[in-house]
Design a protein around this ligand. Structure first.
Ligand SMILES: Cc1cc2nc3c(=O)[nH]c(=O)nc-3n(C[C@H](O)[C@H](O)[C@H](O)COP(=O)(O)O)c2cc1C
Length: 187
């Protein structure tokens, strides 16, 4: 894969535009590997570093992995692409099937973390978990609770220091199969 590093301003905009349409959250914990679709998250700057936050409900197979894993990746398709794969990764569970096969996506070694990235995507974030936060239902706004948590299946938030961020351009995805050796973004 030919990939280029991109700046904080560039990646946050593309992240926020694509996220509601779906992104792949991929986690490796020991031999266990899974990917699932996410639609909610945050990107920002805290603790003197760029941080990406994902939200995983207790019921997800991914929850058991990310609780023990050191890191995770978030990979976003190019606009309008990979809709079927996102739908599959967001509706079946890694408990029951190999989701990489089911969704037709390929885990590819990341640059800075153990969890892989999804090769077919366009925008990649590698994140080292620096904070985990279970939701305290007592602190939640009633309207949000009613709209999003009627089943009481709350989220746990995972805050990841962004250790690498890069993009895979369309032409490069079609013509290249190798990983570019480029410096990791640091800030
Ligand atoms: C567009 C979309 C966005 C989603 N966003 C989230 C999310 O942010 N957090 C979450 O816990 N589940 C989310 N889901 C649901 C999970 O992807 C789904 O339950 C998945 O099957 C869990 O897989 P797992 O059991 O292998 O972890 C989303 C699903 C879709 C289709």
């Amino acid at each position: 894969m030919m990939a280029k590093d991109i700046s904080y301003e560039e990646y946050s905009r593309q992240f926020l535009e694509q996220l509601p349409r779906g992104a792949f959250l991929t986690v490796q914990e020991g031999e266990r590997l899974n990917t699932m679709t996410i639609g909610w998250g945050n990107i920002g700057y805290i603790w003197k570093m760029p941080v990406l936050t994902v939200m995983v409900r207790y019921s997800r197979h991914t929850h058991g992995l990310i609780e023990k894993a050191a890191d995770f990746s978030v990979c976003l398709p190019a606009p309008g692409e990979m809709r079927k794969a996102l739908a599959i990764a967001g509706s079946v569970s890694g408990r029951d099937v190999d989701k990489f096969k089911a969704a037709g996506v390929t885990p590819q070694p990341a640059r800075t973390i153990q969890s892989p990235v999804i090769k077919e995507c366009n925008l990649f974030f590698e994140c080292r978990t620096v904070f985990r936060q279970a939701m305290d239902a007592n602190l939640l706004d009633d309207t949000v609770r009613g709209n999003s948590y009627s089943s009481l299946d709350f989220h746990v938030m995972y805050y990841g220091q962004i250790t690498a961020c890069y993009r895979n351009d369309q032409e490069e995805r079609e013509t290249s199969g190798t990983t570019a050796k480029v410096p990791v973004l640091s800030s």
